[in-house]
Design a protein around this ligand. Sequence first.
Ligand SMILES: [Zn+2]
Ligand SMILES: [Zn+2]
Length: 312
Amino acid sequence: MSKCSSCKNESVYFRTNEGRHYCKVCFSKNIEKKVRLTISKNNLIKNGDKIVVAFSGGKDSGNLLYLLHKIFKDNPNVKIVGMTIDEGIKGYRNITIDKCADFCKKLDVEHHIFTYKEYFHTTIDNLAKDNDDSMCGFCGIFRRYLLNEGARRLDATKLATGHNLDDETQSILMNVLKGDLMRFARIGPIPKIKRHIKFVQRIKPLISIPERESALYAMLNSIPAYFTECPYAQRNALRMETRDFLNKMEERSPGIKYSIISSAQRVAPFIEASFKKSNIKECETCGEPTSGNICIVCQTMKKVNIKLSKSS
Ligand SMILES: [Zn+2]
Ligand SMILES: [Zn+2]
């Protein structure tokens, strides 16, 4: 049986890129230290901030809410709030949403729910009945919109999401593979999205935590992580292959994922500067920021309504 490299208790984890063993206690402490460091090094959170955490009920967002609460609970100048989006998916969201509310109650953190039904006058269940298209496309567009809108309604200064090291490196590599370099503006712990007063600044405090360490942290700290999969979830083949490739490379050369992030962060400003700044306007229909005249959500709603009326 291996022993912890720091305290000689029983090891529960071996971190390959450091060559160090961790016991339960030292592992959790180390994860907390890494998250604190990401926050302080990148100036993610400061006094006066109201942080809305996008809390879906998965392990990453559960860890994020738990850790931010733990780090800032004694600081009266930083407020942490949980927010869950209800897409209207029976047998999935209606189950997890109660558990999200319970966890917030347990932490004594304010919890808010925003529903597709209220904002888009429909649910994913309804859309699926009348459309053959993949629901993930609709859902992604609606979710991005509602996360921003919800955070703004709650007067958030920042919107925190649970993206981990693996999510981020996969996205970086996929942007390169697809030639979508504009999306480099979305990478990093505090991504530079096109600035507009109606966009709430996003932050990713868990960006230095690998997927498997996030899963272990959730398990060791009894963070609720609901494994119920969305019934409409579709395998994204490119993401799966990118994930497998990165894991294989990481096994061969430990630390490679960190190198990808730091390389991407270093080139991102140059990529951004090479694109002509496009003017952000406000959508003619709903007033949300958009690069065109009508935002993608209003375009989608229109498209869906036409389809809905055709089929009924
Ligand atoms: Zn230890
Ligand atoms: Zn719009």
